[in-house]
Ligand binder design. Structure first.
Ligand SMILES: *[C@@H]1O[C@H](CO)[C@@H](O)[C@H](O)[C@H]1NC(C)=O
Ligand SMILES: *[C@@H]1O[C@H](CO)[C@@H](O)[C@H](O)[C@H]1NC(C)=O
Ligand SMILES: *[C@@H]1O[C@H](CO)[C@@H](O)[C@H](O)[C@H]1NC(C)=O
Ligand SMILES: *[C@@H]1O[C@H](CO)[C@@H](O)[C@H](O)[C@H]1NC(C)=O
Ligand SMILES: *[C@@H]1O[C@H](CO)[C@@H](O)[C@H](O)[C@H]1NC(C)=O
Length: 321
């Protein structure tokens, strides 16, 4: 039964023509300044979501993991609620190299408030954080409902979170803003000594992450400013938003999953046996033993266009067989 279902899934996947190995992500949640107490909740939620997205996450707060060799194994590096100077010069160089080689990038909440003097990092995020008014209920408007990070959201999404303001307009480096804080739905006394553009940017994506050096191959980037509270990381809509952003980023054709000449990303032949040394740091890493699964990288690859079709077919197959 399992075999049959697997065979059908494989044939569906083969038809779609996509890679089948699990993606790998590195979650980095080191802080050198303010530390959100929701970091463990957020990290665990991402790791747990990774299972259904078929992304195998390693989590670390160890800056020495930022080397060319370690980063090259990952399809995506996720900066999770970092603050302050969380990488030294070696780590920054390795991150820059990863991005230049087509590496994908995701940043969440205060990850726009770290490495503030590092221009390439700010460009890769899209903009640096400036300030936020106190946490409160607010409405976030979906201004691009076609993106996988927003397709599950109501047009006017009620959240309880910090409505971030940014030092610059992420659109100025090529980002597409998908969520916008509805400024008439909450109180922000200011002052604002910057131009973040309109409508107010709250989450966005970059097809070509702007942190890349001239001559590099830019991978994808996604940023959301939401995610302050534990409760947020227990909310299915928010988790859908973040998962959608990660799924979209992983569909970049700059990494090994979709590009035979790519130099970064998990490789089909060795991904399931990798167990990077020292992956845990001070936080626990998830198990890196992953059973072969019909819910493969290609499910991620097809998200947004074919995922629901694929899911329907596979559900149908499991009923039949
Ligand atoms: C959030 O969850 C963490 C455990 O994951 C806990 O230590 C922390 O106290 C929680 N924060 C609040 C405000 O409840
Ligand atoms: C960042 O730049 C500012 C202004 O030049 C400087 O005062 C600050 O010390 C720098 N911070 C770091 C962490 O390098
Ligand atoms: C913004 O919020 C206000 C007040 O809640 C609401 O009346 C308005 O329709 C919202 N605007 C948009 C564009 O969603
Ligand atoms: C890679 O992705 C970009 C952006 O979506 C697209 O323009 C380009 O055609 C893709 N290239 C290949 C070979 O799929
Ligand atoms: C595939 O990877 C190579 C090597 O990084 C890169 O030069 C090329 O642009 C990538 N192809 C696409 C379509 O992104």
């Amino acid at each position: 039964m399992r075999l049959c279902r697997h065979a059908l899934a494989v044939s569906v996947l083969a038809t779609v023509g996509l890679a089948q190995h699990p993606a790998r992500g590195l979650i980095y949640s080191a802080t050198a300044d303010f530390r959100h107490d929701s970091i463990p909740t957020a990290r665990d939620a991402l790791i747990s979501r990774g299972t259904s997205l078929n992304v195998q996450f390693d989590a670390t707060e160890d800056a020495t993991r930022f080397t060319d060799a370690v980063l090259a194994q990952y399809d995506v590096v996720v900066f999770l609620m970092n603050t302050g100077e969380v990488l030294d010069a070696n780590g920054k160089n390795a991150l820059q190299k990863y991005l230049d080689l087509g590496g994908n990038f995701v940043a969440i909440h205060s990850a726009s408030d770290c490495l503030r003097n590092t221009t390439f990092y700010g460009r890769e995020v899209g903009a640096f954080f400036d300030y936020h008014p106190e946490i409160q209920n607010a409405i976030v408007d979906v201004i691009d409902a076609t993106h996988p990070s927003t397709s599950m959201l109501p047009a006017q999404w009620s959240v309880r979170d910090e409505m971030y303001n940014f030092k610059s307009d992420p659109r100025s480096v090529g980002a597409v803003v998908v969520l916008s804080a509805n400024e008439s739905s909450y109180t922000d006394p200011g002052p604002r000594n910057f131009d973040q553009g309109t409508p107010h940017p709250t989450a966005w994506y970059q097809e070509h992450g702007a942190g890349v050096d001239a001559g590099g191959t830019a991978g994808r980037s996604f940023y959301t400013s939401l995610g302050h509270l534990n409760e947020t990381w227990q909310d299915n809509l928010f988790l859908g938003h973040v998962s959608g952003g990660i799924s979209w980023v992983l569909q970049s054709n700059t990494t090994r999953a979709f590009n035979a000449s790519a130099q970064v990303g998990s490789s089909g032949t060795s991904s399931s046996s990798h167990s990077p040394s020292g992956s845990a740091g001070s936080t626990s890493a998830p198990s890196t033993t992953s059973a072969p699964s019909e819910a493969s990288h290609s499910v991620v690859a097809a998200a947004g266009i074919g995922a629901s079709l694929l899911a329907a077919l596979m559900a149908l197959a499991s009923l039949w067989i």
